[in-house]
Design a protein around this ligand. Structure first.
Ligand SMILES: [Zn+2]
Length: 1023
C-alpha cells in the first residue's frame, strides 16, 4: 500500500512546480577575477575579464570574482513577487542597484528582490563572490573550477507558495512524531485538506481559491485532533554563529559580516516578526567600517528591539586560558561598546561554542551585569551526559548564575524534527517547560533563511509539538527567572569532556597571551603610579591593545584550532602589543625613577615590584663592571654574581607595589656561594638533589622539612613524549589512548655547571628525541625554594605530545589547580566516569598535590594543560597536531616550569611563588638624582596575606584609580588597603566601574571584609 506521507510529498512537489510562474535566465555576466588582499584591497588577475553565461566557470579555487549583470523587468511582470535564484557553490554578497542587499551561497539561493515589482524597472545586480562554502577556506587545488550553475529571475505566485509551506510544516511534524496514532492523525488531516485542490484548474483563480480553502481546512482538521495538550514552548531566536577566525582568516570574516547581516536586514523587511541576536564587538566594528549602510540598518533594527546585542563580551572568548582580568576586560569593553553604540545593557552571557567554562565565571559575569548564561557545547560531551539543561550555576565564591544549555548544535534550521528532539532531550521539563533554540546557519556565518522564517509562524499550534514562539533572548531568560521552580544547582566548573588538547595546541599563542596579560597588568600599575606624578596615562593606546589581546582570545584562536594564516596574523598582532606595552611600561617606570632619590655610590638600579606583597627575587641587569658588588641603600651587601656580562643579584624585601634602590659598585663581595655541585649531587640552602645518570632527579631531599620529595624508586623532571593521534579534530582533541605509547627525551652528554655564585646555581643539559633538541637550564636560588627549569626547544615532532612529569612522595586523592581569581580541586583517581573524563584538565600558573602538612607544587610561565593521576604531577608542554594547521607548533619554543616543594598546602606560598615566576621584578639602571621619593617605597599594600591586589588601572571615564582585589585561598577576613597618600574619595564598583556602594575609608586606608574567592573593585581618588 502506498505510504500516506509519500502521497502528500508527491502532491507538494506538484505544488512547488507551480510556485514559479515566469522566469528570465541571467546570462551574460561581466566577470573580473581577483585575489583578495584585505578589506577594500584586491589584486586583479590578468586576463580574467570576460562575459559568462549560466554553466560557465566564474572563478577558480582561492579567487574572488566581481560579477555584474544588468536586467530590465518585463512590463507584464508588474506587481509580481520578484526573486532571484542563484547557485555558485561559493559565498558572496549581492548588491542591488549599488546597495549591499543579501548573502549568496547554497543556503541563500533564493533571494527576494521585490514583493511587488514595477514592470519596466531596471536592476543592476553585482556579486562579490569567493570560492568555497561558508566554512571552506583551505585551498587544496587552485585549479578547481566554480561554476555558475543557476542564475535566473523568477516571478513567484505567493498563494501557491504559502500553501506549500502550510502543508510542508505539518508533514515534517508528522514525520518526526514518535506516537504512531498522532502521526497518522496528522497525515490524515493533510490528506483531507488536499482534496480541496484541483490541479486541472492550475493557473486560474479557481485553483488559487482551492489552495486557500485547503489551508483553512488543514487548520480546522488539526484543531480537531484530540491528543492532549503539549504545554511545552520553544523560544526561537535568529542567530548566526560567526567564528572570527577558524578555517579562514580574520580578513575573510570582515567580508562575512557583510554577507550575513545584509541577509538579516533584508529578510527583516519581509518578515516583521523576525528577531535576531548578535554577539562579538569586532563583527560590529568591521560591519561599521566596511558596510556602513548595513550597519545603519542594524542600528535601526536594534532600536526597534529586533536586532538584539547579546553576550556582553568583546568576543565569544575561550574560558580555559583567560586570566581573571582578561575575563573582566572581555566584559568591560564589550558592555561599554554595546551601551555606547546601542544604548543597551546586555544581561545574557552567550558562549554557545566554547570548550569548557571556568568556575570563576558566575561571579565575574554577574558582577559585569550578565545575569544569565547560555551555551550549547556541554551536550556534546564524549563521556557523560551533563545532567541539566536549566539550572543555577554556582561559582567558586558562591555566586549563582541562571544558566540554560541548549541541547544539540547552535546552528539550527528551526524545523519540527529539531524542536521535537530538543524537547525530548530537555532534562528540566518540570522545572521550566520551555527551551531556547537558536536558528540560522553559522560557524562561517549565513544566518536564518527564508524557509526557516516561513516555517516558524506555522509551528505555533501543531499537535504534539512544543509551541514555537519568537522573541528576544533577554525576554526568554527573564521569563525563566520568573517562572522556573526548584531549579537544580551545579556547583563547580562546567568541564567540557572533549577538546582537551586546546589547553596546549599553538603554544606561542598561549605564551603571547600570558605575556600580554601580565605586561599590561604591570604597565597599568606603573602608569597609574606615575600618573600621580604628572605622567599622562596612555589610556587610548592601552585600550586599543587590550582590544587586540581580547580579539585573540576568541574561541578558535587561543585554543589553537585555526589554520596557519590565522596564527601568522595573530603572532604579528601580539608582537605589536608586546612592543607597545614594553615601550609604555619603560616610559612609566622611567617617570617614576626620575622622582626617586638614587644618590649614593656606583650605578643606581631601581627594582620595581608590582605584586601586592613584599618580596624577594632574582634580578639580572647588564653588568656595569667586570666584578661587582650590589648594595642596598642601607649599605648592606646583597648576594650577587656576574656571568657573561650579566649581573644577577638577590633583591630582598622589595616593598609591595613599590620599589627598592640598589647600588652596583665595582669590586668583589666577600660572599660565598651557598651551593655545591659535584656532577651528581647538588646542595642548596633548601635541598640536596641527587641526579640520576640521565640528568633527571633521583632524590630531592627537603632540608628544612627533612623529607624526600620524589616518590620512592621514581625520577623527577622526566620529559615524556607520547603518540598523540586523536581520531578526529587533531588540534582540539587529545584522547586517553595517547598514554599507550610513550618515550622520553634523552640527555646527551653530562649536566654542565653554568653558574655558581652567592645568588644562584645554574646547571645546563641538552636532551634529544628524534630530531627535536631541548636545551634546559636548571636554576636553584639562594633566596627562594623554587627550582626553575628554563627550556628552549626546537620541536620537530608531528602528532606527539610532550609532558614534564614529577612523581612525588605525596598521597592525596585531590589535586588543586589555579583558575582565574581562585583555585579548584579535582580528583587524582578515575573512580567514576566523571573523574576519568577529566584525564587532562586546564589550570593556570600552578597545580598542587598536598597531603596533611606537606605538598609539592609545579608552576609554569605559559602553560595550561595538566594531568595529575595518583601521585604523578604532569604539565603538558607541547603538542603537534596537523589539522587544521599542518605545521602547528613545529619549531622553537621557550617556556619555564618550576618545582616547589613546601610545608603545608597550596595556600602556604604556592600562589605567591607562581605569581613571582610570572611577574618578574623590573630593574631599571638609572642616574644619580636627589628625588623626593625615598630609596624604598610602597605605593599600596594590603594587610591580609590572602587578599591580592591584581589590578590597578585608570578608570575608563575619569582619572580616578581602579583597584581590584581578590581573595586567593578560599578564606575570609578583614582587609585594609593602605595607600601612600590620603584618599579624597572612594567607592566600591562593579566590574563595569559603576559605583555600587560606599566603602570604609580612613585617611589613606580602605577597609572592608572579604569572603572566599571574592572579587572586589574600588574606585579611588587622591588629593
Ligand atoms: Zn565557534
Amino acid at each position: 500500500m502506498v505510504n500516506l506521507s509519500n502521497i502528500i510529498r508527491t502532491h507538494l512537489e506538484e505544488v512547488r512546480r507551480r510556485m514559479i510562474i515566469d522566469q528570465i535566465t541571467l546570462d551574460g555576466w561581466d566577470v573580473q577575477n581577483a585575489h583578495y588582499l584585505k578589506p577594500g584591497e584586491y589584486e586583479p588577475i590578468e586576463g580574467t575579464s570576460r562575459k559568462i553565461d549560466v554553466g560557465d566557470i566564474w572563478a577558480r579555487q582561492g579567487q574572488t570574482a566581481f560579477m555584474t549583470k544588468e536586467v530590465d523587468i518585463p512590463k507584464e511582470w508588474d506587481g509580481r513577487y520578484l526573486a532571484m535564484e542563484i547557485q555558485t557553490d561559493g559565498e558572496g554578497l549581492l548588491k542591488v542597484n549599488g546597495h549591499p542587499y543579501h548573502g549568496v551561497d547554497n543556503w541563500r539561493g533564493y533571494i527576494m528582490l521585490d514583493q511587488a515589482v514595477k514592470g519596466g524597472s531596471h536592476y543592476k545586480l553585482e556579486i562579490e563572490g569567493k570560492c568555497g562554502r561558508p566554512w571552506d577556506y583551505v585551498v587544496t587545488d587552485a585549479r578547481t573550477p566554480y561554476i555558475l550553475s543557476r542564475a535566473r529571475l523568477i516571478a513567484i505566485d505567493k498563494v501557491t507558495e504559502r500553501y506549500y509551506y502550510d502543508l510542508a510544516v505539518v508533514l515534517d511534524s508528522a514525520c518526526c512524531q514518535e506516537d504512531p496514532v498522532l502521526r497518522e492523525a496528522l497525515l490524515r488531516a493533510i490528506k483531507k485538506a488536499m482534496l480541496n485542490v484541483d490541479f486541472r484548474a492550475a493557473g486560474n483563480d479557481e485553483f488559487k481559491s482551492g489552495l486557500a480553502k485547503a489551508s483553512e481546512a488543514l487548520k480546522e482538521n488539526l484543531s480537531e485532533i484530540k491528543f492532549g495538550d503539549n504545554t511545552a514552548g520553544v523560544y526561537l531566536v535568529g542567530h548566526s554563529h560567526i567564528d572570527l577566525a577558524w578555517l579562514w582568516p580574520l580578513k575573510e570574516t570582515m567580508r562575512k559580516v557583510g554577507r550575513t547581516y545584509s541577509t538579516v536586514t533584508t529578510l527583516m523587511e519581509e518578515f516583521p516578526d523576525y528577531k535576531f541576536v548578535c554577539s562579538q564587538v569586532p563583527l560590529f566594528l568591521w560591519l561599521k567600517a566596511q558596510y556602513p549602510e548595513i550597519y545603519e540598518k542594524v542600528k535601526a533594527r536594534a532600536a526597534e528591539g529586533r536586532f538584539e546585542p547579546i553576550g556582553g563580551t568583546w568576543v565569544e572568548h575561550d574560558c580555559n586560558m583567560l586570566s581573571g582580568e582578561s575575563f573582566v576586560r572581555q566584559c568591560l569593553y564589550g558592555q561599554r561598546f554595546f551601551k555606547s553604540e546601542f544604548g543597551v545593557d546586555v544581561r545574557v552571557g552567550w558562549l554557545p561554542d566554547v570548550f569548557g567554562y571556568s568556575w570563576a565565571m558566575p561571579q565575574i559575569y554577574k558582577k559585569a551585569g550578565l545575569d544569565y548564561f547560555m551555551t550549547a557545547k556541554l551536550t556534546w560531551n564524549d563521556t557523560n551526559r551533563f545532567p541539566y539543561n536549566t539550572f543555577w550555576w554556582q561559582g567558586a565564591d558562591g555566586t549563582k548564575m541562571m544558566t540554560h544549555i541548549h541541547f544539540g548544535p547552535y546552528n539550527n534550521e528551526a524545523n519540527p524534527a529539531e524542536i521535537a528532539k530538543c524537547w525530548k532531550n530537555n532534562l528540566n521539563k518540570l522545572e521550566f517547560p520551555e527551551f531556547l533554540e537558536t536558528f540560522g546557519y553559522g560557524d562561517g556565518g549565513g544566518g536564518p533563511t527564508r524557509q526557516m522564517l516561513e516555517y516558524i509562524p506555522r509551528m505555533k499550534d501543531i499537535p504534539g509539538l512544543p509551541k514555537a514562539e519568537t522573541g528576544s533572548a533577554h525576554a526568554f531568560f527573564d521569563r525563566m527567572r520568573e517562572e522556573a521552580v526548584d531549579l537544580p544547582v551545579w556547583n563547580g566548573e562546567l568541564y567540557y569532556e572533549m577538546h582537551r588538547g586546546t589547553y596546549t595546541s599553538q603554544a606561542w599563542n598561549k605564551r603571547y597571551n600570558r605575556l600580554s596579560e601580565l605586561l599590561y597588568r604591570d604597565l597599568e600599575i606603573w602608569s597609574s603610579m606615575a600618573g600621580l606624578y604628572g605622567y599622562a596615562y596612555p589610556k587610548e593606546t592601552i585600550n586599543e591593545n587590550w582590544h587586540t589581546i581580547l580579539l585573540n582570545q576568541f574561541h578558535d584562536i587561543i585554543p589553537g584550532s585555526s589554520i596557519t594564516e590565522v596564527y601568522n596574523v595573530s603572532h604579528e598582532d601580539y608582537r605589536g602589543v608586546l612592543d607597545d606595552g614594553a615601550c609604555m611600561k619603560a616610559q612609566a617606570v622611567d617617570k617614576l625613577a626620575e622622582g626617586i632619590d638614587t644618590s649614593g655610590s656606583g650605578v643606581p638600579v631601581v627594582v620595581f615590584n608590582s605584586v601586592s606583597w613584599e618580596r624577594n627575587g632574582s634580578v639580572s641587569v647588564e653588568a656595569p663592571y667586570s666584578s661587582c658588588r650590589v648594595l642596598k641603600s642601607s649599605g648592606a651587601d646583597v648576594p650577587c654574581q656576574v656571568s657573561d656580562g650579566v649581573l644577577t643579584f638577590s633583591a630582598c624585601n622589595v616593598p609591595s607595589m613599590g620599589y627598592e634602590v640598589y647600588h652596583v659598585v665595582q669590586g668583589s663581595a666577600s660572599q660565598q656561594t651557598p651551593f655545591t655541585f659535584d656532577g651528581k649531587t647538588i646542595k642548596t640552602p633548601f635541598y640536596e638533589v641527587k641526579l640520576s645518570a640521565d640528568g633527571t632527579f633521583d632524590h630531592v631531599l627537603d632540608l628544612e622539612n627533612k623529607r624526600e620529595v620524589i616518590a620512592d624508586g621514581c625520577r623527577g623532571n622526566i620529559l615524556q613524549v607520547f603518540d598523540d593521534r586523536p581520531s578526529k579534530e587533531e588540534a582540539w582533541d587529545i584522547e586517553l589512548h595517547y598514554q599507550d605509547k610513550g618515550a622520553e627525551f634523552v640527555q646527551e652528554g653530562p649536566v654542565k655547571l653554568i653558574e655558581n655564585g652567592p645568588a644562584r646555581l645554574v646547571l645546563g643539559r641538552t636532551l634529544k628525541y628524534g630530531t627535536s633538541v631541548l636545551d634546559q637550564k636548571v636554576v636553584f636560588y639562594a633566596n627562594s625554594r623554587r627550582i626553575d627549569f628554563i627550556n628552549d626547544i626546537d620541536w620537530q615532532e608531528r602528532k606527539a605530545v610532550l609532558k614534564a612529569a614529577f612523581p612525588v612522595s605525596v598521597q592525596s586523592c585531590r589535586a588543586t589547580y589555579e583558575i582565574p581569581y581562585g583555585a579548584i580541586e579535582r580528583p587524582t583517581h578515575w573512580n567514576t566516569t566523571w573523574d576519568l573524563a577529566r584525564f587532562e584538565v586546564s589550570g593556570h600558573r600552578w597545580a598542587d598535590l598536598s597531603e596533611s602538612g606537606y605538598g609539592v607544587s609545579v608552576l609554569n610561565d605559559c602553560k595550561y594543560g595538566w594531568d595529575i593521576k595518583d601521585n604523578v604531577i604532569r604539565l603538558t608542554l607541547l603538542r603537534a597536531p596537523e589539522y587544521p594547521d599542518p605545521i602547528a607548533d613545529k619549531g622553537r619554543h621557550e617556556f619555564t616550569y618550576s618545582l616547589l616543594p613546601h610545608a603545608g598546602d597550596w595556600t602556604c606560598g604556592t600562589i605567591r611563588e607562581a605569581a613571582e615566576l610570572n611577574i618578574p621584578l623590573t630593574a631599571v639602571q638609572t642616574e644619580h638624582r636627589k628625588g623626593t621619593l625615598g630609596a624604598s617605597h610602597s605605593f599600596v599594600s594590603v594587610d591580609n596575606p590572602k587578599a591580592i591586589i591584581d589590578t590597578i588601572k585608570q578608570a575608563e571615564d575619569s582619572d580616578d584609580m581602579i583597584v581590584r582585589v581578590y581573595e586567593s585561598c578560599g578564606s575570609r577576613g578583614p582587609v585594609s588597603l593602605k595607600f601612600d597618600r590620603p584618599i579624597s574619595k572612594a567607592s566600591e564598583c562593579n566590574l563595569l566601574e559603576a559605583e555600587i556602594d560606599s566603602v570604609d575609608c580612613d585617611g589613606s586606608t580602605l577597609k572592608f571584609f572579604i569572603k572566599p574567592f571574592e572579587l572586589r573593585t574600588f574606585k579611588v581618588a587622591f588629593d
